[in-house]
Design a protein around this ligand. Structure first.
Ligand code: ADP
Ligand code: ZN
Ligand code: ZN
Length: 674
């Protein structure tokens, strides 16, 4: 009998598949492509993915090791899933094993089979639920209905951009599209992606209320390993009809996937920023194309990429122009000129008066400041010392309640110095303002107010973010202050005032995407106000933006809720400047203890290969050059042709690997931050 060789993808940086022998001395069934196998690798035993079964190998027989166990309890991953992982590996230029394996639950990858059996048994005990009939669906308005029919009623690859203002009821459109797909197809599965883990409970609640008779699985990073395994398997076995998750869920195994929903599609969180730097949104679109199924991308402020596709007709655009709740209208946005109305403790008189009014009427207010900590830096006024991080090109941020200075880029933490380390002066001053400092000022201003701060520091404990959001929903908070964590997606019903503090810095960023992001962020946070109907005697919803640049065109667009013109103007600028989406980019990053080493590596990389369709810029230090005692530099590649860039990268990476440099480097395709 011919020998049986398994081609196995392993989670290693080596860009290769590995050959292993399958023992033929047992009665076991032959292994299949898509199954997981435990194999010896160096001194360890690790789990890999079988991607090929063959009767020959280039590896000499005596060198080839034998597979230890094939996980036959688990149904093989389907060819379509392998193709998805293969596409992602190919497009983002990473080894297949690094793409396919880390997304699988850890318990599937451990070396004992006992754990796996026990899990699988647990899943069998979950109640089977088959009744996909929706409950308590509200009546949609005409544009919602049109959208739901257009999304849920079609089959085949149909990417739809659902462009709906904040509060226009996009969630309802998703749910009713889901209802249509589930009703049509007895075992259809649906994937719903949200950008932030904090948004899953709200949507999970909505889905459970509407579809009490189906199995819902959630996939995000804060599940325990046991839960993750259970939910992943429910998806893999086709039993979970709806899978709700954050970006990592885009790689879930979903054998009967029939519809994909991407909520807040513009959100940068869909981009993974380390390891496999993929865009979950882009992979989802590819997945929909592969399976020839509909996909909906929803946003009040679509990414320029998606807007461009909608303008060019590649995506179909559906619009929701008004808020769904009767008598709920978009808030009035006013710019408060900080040159005239000088802020005290960060708050202008105009904003303080508006807060006071909400307090009197028992309504909620939200203050948005995208900077956590007490102050971004402390300084000595007598000698000029400032709290730089000794390991990074950044400041140590003052965290007053925690009595610490913290660097937000490396893990360095120090006690607050009692006196200036250079001159001994005891009077060190905080410079600038973060959420903690605003909170402190508010407490003095409104001693009777129930003030809640929500940011990464106040929500470190597991579950505390949800508790905080719940207490806002229950009306136990008068003034909420928070970072971008509070800006997105939340449907706070009693909120009628949003104050935006200090957004100006982003206006003058070198990052060409900064204005697109700032605009989206302001529109999102503004969209938290006035989501319920205005009550008798209640305030009209309003947004106050404190700025020194009240005449900036970006603010003009926010005041007028005018995404269309703003996006069109930005796209024109991008076209003229030859920037994405009119151009394709890849970024090579290098890090080394000395900047010169990193730059020299990038220069050598640049000189190693050339192609007329590819522009390779000069290596430059990254804007935050030093992090944790490592210097970082980057090299930007550009091309008008995506296929040309892809082809070039393959050849180029082979050349880079052959350089065997000791510099640590990584490549990012379609980088967001450059
Ligand atoms: P978006 O996601 O577009 O910002 P949501 O889906 O959160 O908006 O909806 C905003 C609010 O409108 C929610 O409170 C929702 O319950 C309500 N809503 C949505 N559709 C309808 C409808 N057809 N009738 C009444 N209320 C609706
Ligand atoms: Zn000093
Ligand atoms: Zn640091």
């Amino acid at each position: 009998m011919a020998q049986c060789i398994l081609k196995i993808a392993l989670d290693t940086p080596l860009n290769a598949l590995f050959d292993y022998r399958w023992h033929d001395d047992t009665q076991d069934e032959l292994p299949q492509v898509g199954q997981l196998a435990l194999v010896p690798f160096g001194r360890r035993e690790i789990t890999g993915l079988i991607v090929g079964v063959s009767d020959s190998s280039d590896v000499p027989e005596e060198k080839m090791k034998q597979v230890l166990v094939v996980r036959s309890q688990l149904a093989p991953l389907l060819p379509q899933w392998l193709a998805l992982a293969g596409f992602a590996a190919d497009y983002y230029q990473r080894p297949l094993g690094e793409v396919a394996l880390p997304g699988l639950p850890k318990n599937l990858r451990v070396s004992t089979t006992v754990a796996l059996d026990r899990a699988i048994k647990k899943l069998a005990k979950l109640p089977e639920a088959h009744d996909a009939r929706p409950h308590n669906m509200p009546r949609l308005n005409a544009s919602q209905q049109e959208a739901a029919d257009a999304i849920g009623g079609v089959q085949g690859f149909k990417p739809t951009l659902l462009y709906g203002v904040t509060g226009s009821g996009k969630t309802e459109v998703y749910l009713q599209s889901c209802a249509q797909v589930l009703a049509r197809d007895d075992d259809a599965q649906i994937l719903i992606l949200v950008p932030e883990i904090n948004l899953t409970p709200q949507l999970e609640g909505n889905i459970r209320a509407r579809f009490p008779g189906i199995m819902l699985a959630t996939l995000h990073s804060s599940l325990s390993e046991g839960e993750r395994m259970l939910h992943w398997l429910a998806a893999h076995q086709g039993r979970a009809r709806i899978v709700l998750g954050t970006r990592l869920a885009v790689l879930a195994s979903l054998p009967r996937l029939k519809l994909i929903v991407i909520d807040e599609e513009h959100d940068p969180s869909y981009k993974q920023q380390e390891g496999l730097r993929y865009s979950a949104r882009d992979l989802a679109v590819w997945r929909a194309w592969q399976l020839q199924i509909p996909i909906v991308l929803g946003s009040a402020t679509p990414s320029l990429e998606s807007w461009h596709h909608a303008q060019s007709g590649r995506y179909r655009k559906l619009e929701l122009r008004e808020r769904a709740v009767k008598n709920a209208v978009l808030p009035r946005v006013t710019l408060v000129d900080m040159e005239r109305d000088k802020p005290v403790d960060g708050l202008t008189a105009h904003l303080i008066a508006a807060l006071k009014l909400r307090m009197e009427r028992g309504e909620q207010s939200l203050l948005f400041l995208n900077r956590r900590g007490y102050s971004p830096v402390i300084c000595c006024e007598s000698c000029g010392w400032i709290s730089n991080c000794t390991r990074c090109t950044s400041f140590m941020v003052l965290h007053k309640p925690e009595h610490r200075l913290r660097c937000h880029h490396c893990s360095l933490e120090l006690r607050i110095p009692r006196h200036c380390p250079t001159c001994g002066n005891v009077d060190l001053q905080p410079l600038g303002r973060g959420t903690q400092r605003v909170e402190e000022g508010l407490q003095q201003l409104f001693p009777e107010a129930r003030i809640l701060r929500i940011d990464a520091d106040s929500t470190r404990r597991k579950g505390s973010a949800q508790e905080a959001f719940d207490s806002v929903h229950r009306g136990e908070v008068d003034i909420l202050i928070g970072t971008q964590m509070v800006a997105k997606g939340h449907d706070f019903k009693k909120l009628t005032l949003v104050g935006i503090l200090n957004p100006d810095t982003a206006l003058f960023s070198q990052d060409y995407r900064a204005s697109e992001r700032l605009f989206a962020q302001l529109m999102q946070v503004a969209g938290r106000a006035g989501r319920a109907a205005r009550t008798e005697g209640g305030s009209a919803s309003e947004v106050l933006i404190q700025t020194r640049y009240a005449r900036h065109p970006l603010y003009d667009a926010v005041v007028n809720h005018d995404y269309d013109h703003f996006a069109t103007a930005l796209l024109e600028e991008r076209a003229q400047a030859a920037l994405p989406p009119y151009l394709f980019q890849a970024l090579l990053r290098a890090e080394a203890p000395e900047l010169a080493t990193a730059i020299a590596f990038l220069q050598a990389a640049k000189d190693s290969l050339a192609h007329p369709a590819i522009t390779i810029n000069d290596p430059i230090p990254m804007s935050m050059t030093r992090v944790h005692n490592v210097d970082r530099a980057q090299l930007l590649l550009e091309s008008a042709s995506r296929p040309a860039l892809q082809a070039f990268l393959k050849e180029w990476l082979a050349a880079l690997r052959a350089m065997k440099s000791r510099v640590k480097w990584s490549l990012e395709v379609d980088p967001l931050d450059i």
